[in-house]
Design a protein around this ligand. Sequence first.
Ligand code: G
Ligand code: G
Ligand code: MN
Ligand code: NA
Length: 254
Amino acid sequence: VKLEVGLRKALGNDELYLLYQPQFDVHSTEIVGVEALVRWRHPERGVISPTEFIPLAEETGLIVPIGEWVLRTACSQARNWQRQTRRSVRMAVNLSAKQFKDENLSQIVLSALHETGLDPRFLELELTEGTLMDDAKATLATLEQLRRIGVYLSIDDFGTGYSSMNYLKRFDVRALKIDRSFICGLPQDSENAAITRAIIAMAHGLKMVVVAEGVETGEQLVLLQQYGCDLVQGYHLGHPVPGDSIAQKLVGVV
Ligand code: G
Ligand code: G
Ligand code: MN
Ligand code: NA
C-alpha cells in the first residue's frame, strides 16, 4: 500500500527516469536501435526495478499515465539524439497488456510523435505474446490502428508465453525478440541452440527481423552471427545507460 502511494506521486515528483540499452546489427556491430527501460528513484528506498513497480502500476491503473510519460520521454530523447548527432536510431518502448487495451492508446502514440516530431518509423512498440493472445478482435483493431500510424511492432520475450504461430501470420509484426532464457545457456546448451535456430528460421521465413536478447559473451555473439540472427542486445555489448551516454556512442566518442 505504501509503495502504491509513493508510485502515485512518483510521476509528479520527477522520480521516474529512463535508461537506454543499445541494440546492434550483428554483422556491422553498429548501434541501430535502443530499448527504453524505466527506473524509479524512490526517495527512501533508492532505485526500484520495473519488475517490482510495473505490476503494481498495472493493478492500480497507474500504468496508463506512466506509460504515456515513458512514450513521450523516449520519443523526445530519440528526436534529440537525431538533432545532436545527425544519426537516427530506432527507439523501442515496452507496452504492457493494460496499456495495449487502453482505448486511447493510438491517440497517445500519435500525440507523443507529433509533440516530439519523431518520425513514426523510428518508434517500435514491444508487446508480449500474452498481450496478443487476449481478445483477438480488439487486438486486431488496435494493431491495425498502430500499423496505420506507421510504428513498428515487435514481440518481446518470444518463446516464453502462449504463442500460437497463427498469430504471427495474421499480425503485421516486424520483429521477434528471442527471450534471454534461450540465449543464456549458449553455446553449450544444445536444446536452447536448437530453439534459437528454429526461431530465426521461422522469423526469416515470415520476413521478420530477429533480435537476440541477453547476449552476455563474445562466444554467444559469434554463434548468433553464424545462425544469421539480425540484431543483438545484452550486457556483452552494452548495459542500459543514460541518454547522454548513447549520444556519445552515436558520435563515436566512446
Ligand atoms: O530493465 P529491466 O531488466 O529491469 O526490466 C525489467 C522488466 O520491466 C522487463 O520485463 C521490461 O520489459 C519491463 N519494463 C522496463 N521498462 C518498462 C516500461 O517502460 N514499460 C513497461 N510496461 N515495462 C517495462
Ligand atoms: O522483458 P524485457 O526484454 O523488456 O527485459 C529487459 C530487461 O533485461 C532489462 O531489465 C535489462 O536490464 C535486462 N537485460 C538486458 N540485457 C541483459 C543481459 O545481457 N543479461 C541479463 N541477465 N539481463 C539483461
Ligand atoms: Mn523489452
Ligand atoms: Na525480453
